[in-house]
Design a protein around this ligand. Structure first.
Ligand code: IMP
Length: 444
C-alpha cells in the first residue's frame, strides 16, 4: 500500500503535519524531489523540529528515504542528522545513489543567476531559496552532474569534478566577471565530498532506491511518498518560470523513486490544501490581499496567526484568499483521491471571508488556470463570499471531530469537496498532530 502526499498550492500547505500523522502507519517515508529548499516544521509532543532535507517521518522513527529525484546537499544532510541525534533521536535515513548532489558551486551559481536576472530587468527573478536547487537540476539534465553514487568512489568523483569545475569556473570568471573561491577548488571539493561518501558508505545510507523500496514493499511495508513544495511551483505544471526545478506533483513519486506509476497509482494520493493562500517569492497571485489598507491589515492578521514566515529563509509570505481555479488544476494534475485542508483555525474570527471561485480573463469566466504565467497574471478573481465563523475551541474540535466544527466552516469545506469532486479526508485545526480532525485514514 502506498500513500502520496502532495502540496496543492504554492508550497507551505502544512504537508509535514499530515506526513507526520499518517506516517504513523507507514514503515518507510520517501521524498521524491527537491532538496534543502523545503522547510517543514514537525511538532511532536510539544517539541518542534525544523527540517529541510531529512524526511519528516524520521522524527517518528520511520525509515526516511531521499529518492533519486531529490538533490542532496550532504552538508545539510549530516547537519540535520547531527541535530536530531543531539536531541535524542536516531534517524534512519537512506539516500538514493542516483540522486544528484548539490555542490557548493551550485549554491554560488544560484545566487549569481538570481542577481543577474534582477539586474537585467527581465522580470525573470524567481526569488529562489538560494540553496543551489536549480543549478543542480540543470547539471542533471545536462549530464554533467555529480550523483550520490559518485561520492562513494573517489576516482569517479575526481573525474566528474575535473570536467564540471573548470566549466563553472569559466562561467563565474569569464561570463559574470567575478572571483572564485573554495567552492571551485577541485582538491578542496574532492576532499570534503569524498569524506561525505565515506560516511554514507560507513553508515549504510546509500541505496539503490528502486530496489530498496521494492524489497520493502515485498516484505509488506507501507510506503508513504512525501512531495515537497506544491503543484504551482512544479517545473512542468506550475507558474513557470516562477517555479522550483523539479516535479512536486504526484507523477514525481514514480519517476523520483523508481516505483512504477501503476504502483503509486493504485495507492492513495492526498492533496494538502491550506484554507487560504500563501506564496514565497515572485509570480502572479490573483487572490492576493494587497489591494488597499483593509486588505493589507487582513493579510497581516492571517500572516501572524498562521505563522506565515518562510521556514528556510524567514521571509514573510504573501497572503491571499483561497484560489479555487488553482485547486481544480491541482486536483486534475495530481489525480487526488482525497484532500486534507489545513489551517482552518486561522480563518476563524475574521470579519469577512471570500474565495476566488473563478477567474475573469478577457471578460470570460474560467474555472481553471491558463497555461502561461503571463495570461494567469491577467486573471481577475471572481470572488464568492462565505459566512465567516467565530474562532473555535481547537482542543474541543480536535477531541469531538468534524461535527464539532462551526456550521459555516463545514459549509466552506463542503463547497471545496463539491468543486474538486474529492472528499475531505482531514482538517487541520492547529499545528499539533492531535489537532487534525481525521475523517478518512488513507491507509484503511
Ligand atoms: P528554489 O526551489 O530554491 O529554486 O526556489 C524556486 C521557487 O520555489 C521560489 O519561488 C521559492 O520561494 C519556491 N520554493 C522553494 N521551496 C519552497 C518551499 O518549500 N515552500 C514554498 N516555496 C518554495
Amino acid at each position: 500500500m502506498t500513500v502520496t502526499i502532495v502540496g496543492s498550492q504554492l508550497g507551505d500547505e502544512g504537508k509535514g503535519a499530515l506526513v507526520d500523522l499518517w506516517g504513523g502507519d507507514a514503515d518507510v517515508v520517501v521524498r521524491y524531489q527537491g532538496g534543502d529548499n523545503a522547510g517543514h516544521t514537525v511538532v511532536e509532543g510539544g517539541e518542534e523540529y525544523a527540517l529541510s532535507l531529512v524526511p519528516s517521518g524520521a522524527v517518528r522513527g520511520k525509515v526516511g528515504v531521499l529518492g533519486n529525484g531529490c538533490v542532496v546537499n550532504p552538508r545539510t544532510l549530516f547537519e540535520e542528522i547531527g541535530t536530531l541525534r543531539e536531541r535524542g533521536l536516531e534517524p534512519d535515513v537512506r539516500v538514493a545513489k542516483r540522486a544528484h548532489v548539490i555542490m557548493p558551486y551550485h549554491r554560488r551559481l544560484d545566487g549569481i543567476e538570481e542577481e543577474a536576472k534582477a539586474d537585467s530587468d527581465s522580470g525573470l527573478e524567481v526569488g529562489t531559496t538560494g540553496r543551489g536547487i536549480g543549478p543542480t537540476y540543470e547539471d542533471k539534465a545536462g549530464r554533467r552532474g555529480v550523483r550520490v553514487g559518485d561520492l562513494l568512489d573517489p576516482d569517479v568523483l575526481r573525474e566528474r569534478l575535473e570536467y564540471a569545475v573548470p566549466q563553472k569556473r569559466a562561467l563565474v570568471e569569464d561570463v559574470y566577471g567575478l572571483d572564485v573561491g573554495e567552492e571551485l577548488d577541485i582538491d578542496a571539493l574532492h576532499e570534503e565530498y569524498a569524506e561525505f561518501g565515506r560516511r554514507l558508505r560507513e553508515e549504510g545510507m546509500a541505496v539503490n532506491c528502486s530496489d530498496f523500496l521494492h524489497d520493502r514493499r515485498e516484505s509488506g511495508d507501507n510506503v508513504m511518498f512525501e512531495g515537497a513544495q506544491g503543484t504551482l511551483i512544479d517545473v512542468d505544471h506550475g507558474s513557470y518560470p516562477y517555479v522550483t526545478s523539479s516535479n512536486p506533483t504526484a507523477g514525481g513519486a514514480a519517476t523520483g523513486t523508481g516505483v512504477g506509476p501503476t504502483v503509486t497509482g493504485r495507492g492513495e494520493v492526498v492533496g494538502v490544501v491550506k484554507a487560504y493562500l500563501s506564496r514565497v517569492g515572485e509570480g502572479p497571485m490573483p487572490t492576493e490581499l494587497d489591494g488597499d489598507e483593509r486588505e493589507e491589515t487582513l493579510a497581516s492578521d492571517i500572516r501572524e496567526k498562521g505563522g506565515e514566515f518562510g521556514t528556510v529563509t524567514g521571509r514573510p509570505r504573501r497572503i491571499g484568499w483561497l484560489d479555487v481555479p488553482m485547486l481544480r488544476h491541482a486536483a486534475r494534475v495530481n489525480g487526488y483521491t482525497g484532500i486534507a485542508v489545513n489551517h482552518l483555525d486561522v480563518l476563524g474570527g475574521l470579519d469577512e471571508l471570500k474565495v476566488g471561485h473563478a477567474y475573469d480573463l478577457d471578460g470570460e469566466e474560467r474555472l481553471s488556470l491558463p497555461a502561461t504565467t503571463e495570461r494567469w497574471a491577467e486573471c481577475e478573481p471572481v470572488v464568492r463570499e462565505f459566512d465567516p465563523w467565530e474562532a473555535f475551541d481547537v482542543a474541543a474540535v480536535a477531541e469531538e471531530g468534524y461535527e464539532a466544527l462551526p456550521a459555516a466552516a463545514r459549509d466552506y469545506l463542503e463547497y471545496l469537496e463539491g468543486q474538486l469532486d474529492t472528499p475531505v479526508y482531514a482538517v487541520g485545526v492547529g499545528p499539533d498532530r492531535e489537532q487534525t480532525v481525521v475523517r478518512t485514514n488513507p491507509w484503511e
